[in-house]
Design a protein around this ligand. Sequence first.
Ligand code: ADP
Ligand code: MG
Length: 324
Amino acid sequence: MSKKLYTRIKWILTFIIIAFNFFGCNKSSLPIQKQTRFLMDTYVTIQIPGGLEQIQIIEKAFDRIEAIDHKFNILEQNNALYAFNNSHSPVQDKEILDLIQTAIKIGSQTDGAFDITIYPLMKHWGFFDKSPSLPENKDIHRLLMHVGLDKLLLTDNQLSKSDTLTQIDLGGIAKGYAIKGALEVIKEAGIQSALIDAGGDIYALGELYGKPWKVGIRNPRGEGIIGSFNISDLAVVTSGDYERFFEKDGVKYHHILDPKTGYPARGLASVSIIADNPVIADVLSTAIFVMGKDKGLAFLEKTKLAEALIVTEDNQRFSTSGLQ
Ligand code: ADP
Ligand code: MG
């Protein structure tokens, strides 16, 4: 199965988060312009209330996401990240350095739960291929030696590495950055209300006809949604064990790896993060998934970086105090 087809099927099967608005069916309300494109390995939908003139702005926002996709996609063979990973060339692009700085900062705040050097393991598990499979334990241990933020050397002007086998993977942050890029384009055009949905990772700008946007959270263990949030100027980003996985001998292996063990993080089914910055929301959804319920909730209560709704593997639900 091709990667695109795989992702398409994944998308259709999961409907990670269903975004909808209260007035979508209200015939008396103004129209909403809505366009969808396949970008960043997922379906991205942008909605802006208003007339047909909004479509041009939506197109511009898609163009921005496409440019980010080219620059930050580690699988693309002619960008700076590919050169860093495969021919050890230092990265000097300021935009990439800024995003990596954010990734490293949250990586160390979360005690390495979020670690962009996870790539050699992701690759070995085959999560970027059509058919991932269970690696041998000795290979996981061998590859873990090249994982760790201490292998990255970041200065104001460049990123280099002390270990030639260290490689980086921005899959846990790039989608949030793309949402942020699209949002900037939309705001620069003077738009005050929009919904950006990148495969269930959402940002709601302003309000829809005077009320917050309503965003549903997908049930990670069944059909439909487990709840919804009324949000305005906020991102809601979810990481789940149902997004990319395979099963062997009745055990589920998914694409969010614990950098300490090299195996999929255990304990949770999904983590939804609500934060004003979509980049932070994206990183934290993966980081809290790895940290687990107790450590993750304690971290968020202490740092106040975001609110979270957590569903455990056995389908129990927990949230930060700000959501209760
Ligand atoms: P998705 O992008 O599928 O919605 P996430 O936002 O949770 O899901 O990101 C998962 C991606 O992040 C993986 O596909 C991989 O590229 C990367 N990743 C996996 N584990 C980690 C980790 N512990 N730290 C940083 N990035 C990770
Ligand atoms: Mg994410």
